[in-house]
Design a binder for this molecule. Sequence first.
Ligand code: AMP
Ligand code: GLY
Length: 427
Amino acid sequence: MNILVLGSGGRESALAYRLAQSPRTEKLYVAPGNAGTGLWAENVALDPLNFAQVKDFIIENRIEMLVVGPEDPLVKGIHDYFLADANFRDLIIVGPCKEGARLEGSKRFAKEFMQRAGIPTAAYSVFEKGQLARAKAFLRTLKPPYVLKADGLAAGKGVLIETDLTRAEQALDEMLEQGMFGAASEQVVIEEFLSGMELSVFVLTDGTDYKILPEAKDYKKVGEGDCGLNTGGMGAVSPVAFADVAFMKKVEDRIVKPTLAQLQKDKIPYSGFLFIGLMNVNGDPYVIEYNVRMGDPETEAVMPRLKSDLVELFIAMHENRLHEINLEIDPRQALCVMLVSGGYPESYKKGFEVKGTQAVAPDTLLFHAGTKPDSEGRAVTCGGRVLGVVSLAEDLPSAMRKTYAEVEKIEFEGVYYRKDIGKDLCR
Ligand code: AMP
Ligand code: GLY
């Protein structure tokens, strides 16, 4: 089978790594890919948002499976685009249609959906442009910290958490009235602050049947001890000790099953990954957000643990027979440390050669993210998150030791990484 993966980050590197191992895979392409995906796949210079260009490539290269890595093409309707064309009836598409992608594309839609389904989530209210006074009045009825969320996609930056009321009111003004996130913040969800440990749960589903993949924990803050600015993710671990059988049963019964039941009730077809970001509040899961794709950098920790054939899983999803699959999971601890450009998530320089990757132990995985090959084929930095380093070991302290020993071998100008990924979970 010929497969095309859309995207260029660490997530797509990890997906490509797994897809390349399937005996079902004949030709694997990643568009546009990065300096690392070339190891497992052929990079092609396509823009994932240029659907017509993707379509031409699919026809010319007889692609039978399209795996959509990021949310943008899904929210903009790439699945619907192919569904509308009878020539692509047999194309296996991993990722939902536009309507299902609203679970990620609109915070308001997601909150109203959860409310209809009775899914545990933070209490909230929604305000639109022109309702600033009412929004501020509502804010004053809440206790800090204040959680403000732009309704639409804002490149992962649309959530503000403010401890000070005046700053929160100011932020609300900037979001609703000054277009802080453009059209995305013309509606703002204000919600109750939940405190606890976060967990990322991944479900592969055809809308009815589902498989819960290994869970992960992401480290979003740039600084050690979870301080500083939010990032796309500085590292991840899988499994996560507190997500034991009893906790995951609550997640399945209170969140996964009601989510799928509500999708069916609302007549929203769904096929692909559903990523549930949740908070463990005193042993009970509350949904923070839905995403309609895999997480990044969680995928880099999850894929190395997935022993089942990923291509088979996608085919089973397409043929509505996920129930026939017995997931095989590596019980070992995976740990991913992201190496980022100095200055990230604020401004940073690009174009530095990534050195030392050859010296990394063969049982450690390198998932390139913000890299591209230069004219001589060397990997140079081209983004904030540059490279994920992943090891598997018997327990968390060993996985930390092993991963960090390899991380130290890699260099590029300004390289920065958190030295405490996994530390909070070590007992
Ligand atoms: P999101 O973009 O919805 O994932 O939000 C970004 C981050 O903000 C989350 O990963 C949480 O760390 C934090 N967050 C979002 N909503 C809440 C909430 N209601 N209570 C506490 N933290 C939150
Ligand atoms: N790691 C969080 C995300 O992918 O949204």
